[in-house]
Design a protein around this ligand. Structure first.
Ligand code: 4AD
Ligand code: MG
Length: 460
């Protein structure tokens, strides 16, 4: 049967008759001769208030309706006599689809995010999590819109791969081998008996595949799940996350930075324009500075400085850091946050990192010590984007791979792209969950992904 969605009904200009809504009860209040039931159907943050008077068939059963129950309500949208809402639904008929028992966990009171993580299957029925996941959906569309408007093609890169793009060894192994595992020698597993005949794993990045398509179709992007077995239990890492990776042919590092900056600004602006009601909840209850932070991203020019200039600033700063800053080593998230939050007070792009701390595919600079890498850092999050210009020169690439201990044989296809019509090209990866943290002000990454996967947690 046809149903009306509450989001559309609440925007009504005039009363409407013969409405059918279906949804879940948030609260109910009983007066002597009627009841008010707040129903939410997930289409928007707001509930619709249902007024049921004692003349409605089955009123004695309706009085037993509990929080969490599912209903179908037929009636008319009329101007509300109460305050707090413009419209209410005068019920002519209420059908109880299912009655939730009294132990439904989401009774009307505030719950902590920690508790709600233990009921991740129910948390999208709360205001806050409903809003998060509507914003997540809207922003997914915004990603595709941004690239489509610019002529990029959407590529589905494999989830199961035989390569390790980032070379950080944070791989989840994919295997069909069962104990007893066939061994070649005491230490070596005999992968020839495995499904693919060789070691394989879940992808840590679609980049290497995306490069092949950028060098064929021009500008492309991937947007898919990404897996990293890093055992860091932080508020910014999950084992399974979604990454957006554009890859652009005939594009250098400066062009890559421009694209990254435009992309982030587009997504923030899109959320402010299209998710205003949901965002308002975060601006009021989660982060009072949210609107300012977001406007700062849209309206400021991102600062751009080389890695060693960033190190200089950090060494000169009077800030005390938990981790010592070692020039030439990776910046810790506290260093990144100091630079973007306190020093520049706006997004910051750090480029030209030492080659020793970056993967093999990044283009070697003339100094032969740094590579054409760039990370985009934003307030409250730190690193949001990591990218680079790619090494397009075959001989240089081969040397870098040898230094990284990668075999030419297993990356023969990647090297081929540098043999046949190689061109300068660049790309980056943006962590979708980190973007959502930025846009909502939510401080733990576990709260912006439907069912978070972290060390020791695979429930739901
Ligand atoms: O900097 P990363 O490792 O870059 C790459 O993987 C490149 N191959 C991308 C490219 O050039 N095509 O990861 C990119 C982004 C990070 O900046 C971060 O936002 C996110 O992915 N990310 C994570 N997000 C959540 N949990 C994790 N464990 C993440 N690891 C990286
Ligand atoms: Mg990175």
């Amino acid at each position: 049967m046809q149903r009306h969605r509450i989001a559309a009904l609440l925007m009504a200009e005039k009363p409407i008759e013969n409405i059918i809504i279906k949804g879940w009860v948030r609260t109910k209040r009983d007066a002597k001769k009627f009841s008010f039931i707040e129903v939410n159907d997930g289409s928007c943050l707001k509930n619709v208030q249902i007024v049921v008077d004692e003349t409605v068939p089955g009123y004695s059963e309706i009085k037993k309706i509990t929080t969490g129950s599912a209903l179908t309500v037929k009636g008319s949208m009329i101007p509300s006599q109460g305050i707090g809402q413009k419209w209410e639904l005068q019920a002519a008929h209420v059908e109880i689809i299912s009655l939730a028992p009294e132990n439904f966990p989401l009774q009307k009171k505030r719950h902590t995010d920690e508790y709600l993580r233990t009921i991740a299957h129910l948390r999208p029925r709360t205001n806050k999590y409903g809003s998060i996941f509507r914003i997540r959906s809207e922003l997914s569309w915004a990603v595709h819109q941004f690239f489509r408007e610019r002529g990029f093609r959407y590529i589905h890169t494999p989830v199961i791969t035989g390569s390790d793009c980032e070379g950080a060894g944070e791989l989840f192994r994919v295997t069909t081998l069962n104990p007893p595992i066939p061994m070649k020698s005491k230490q070596k597993i005999d992968y020839s008996k495995d499904f693919f005949g060789t070691e394989s794993n879940l992808t840590v990045s679609g980049q290497l595949s995306a490069e092949m398509f950028a060098l064929s179709l021009g500008d492309v992007y991937t947007f898919g799940p990404t897996f990293r077995a890093e055992n860091s239990n932080t508020s910014r890492h999950v084992a399974e996350f979604w990454m957006i990776e554009p890859e652009m042919a005939f594009c250098d590092l400066a062009g890559n930075m421009d694209m990254g900056e435009q992309f982030i600004k587009h997504l923030v602006r899109f959320a402010m324009d299209n998710c205003a009601e949901d965002l308002d909840l975060f601006a009021r209850f989660v982060d009072k500075n949210l609107t300012k932070t977001l406007e700062n991203i849209i309206y400021s020019d991102f600062e751009r400085i080389p890695y060693f200039a960033a190190v200089e600033i950090l060494l000169r700063s009077k800030e005390t850091f938990a981790f010592e800053l070692v020039p030439g080593a990776d910046l810790q998230s506290e260093h990144e946050r100091y630079l973007t939050e306190k020093y520049f007070r706006k997004p910051l792009i750090i480029y030209d990192y030492p080659k020793t701390i970056k993967p093999f595919y990044m283009r070697l600079n003339e100094d032969e010590d740094t590579v054409a890498a760039m990370d985009i850092l934003v307030p409250r999050i730190g690193e949001l984007v990591g990218g680079s210009q790619r090494e397009e020169r075959l001989d240089v690439l081969e040397k870098r791979m040898a230094a990284a201990g990668l075999s030419k044989e297993s990356y023969w296809w990647y090297l081929d792209s540098r043999r046949f019509g190689t061109v300068p090209h660049s790309g980056f990866g943006l962590g979708f969950e980190r973007l959502l943290m930025l846009i909502t002000g939510v401080s733990n990454i576990r709260d912006v992904i439907p069912f978070p996967r972290t060390p020791g947690n695979i429930d739901f």
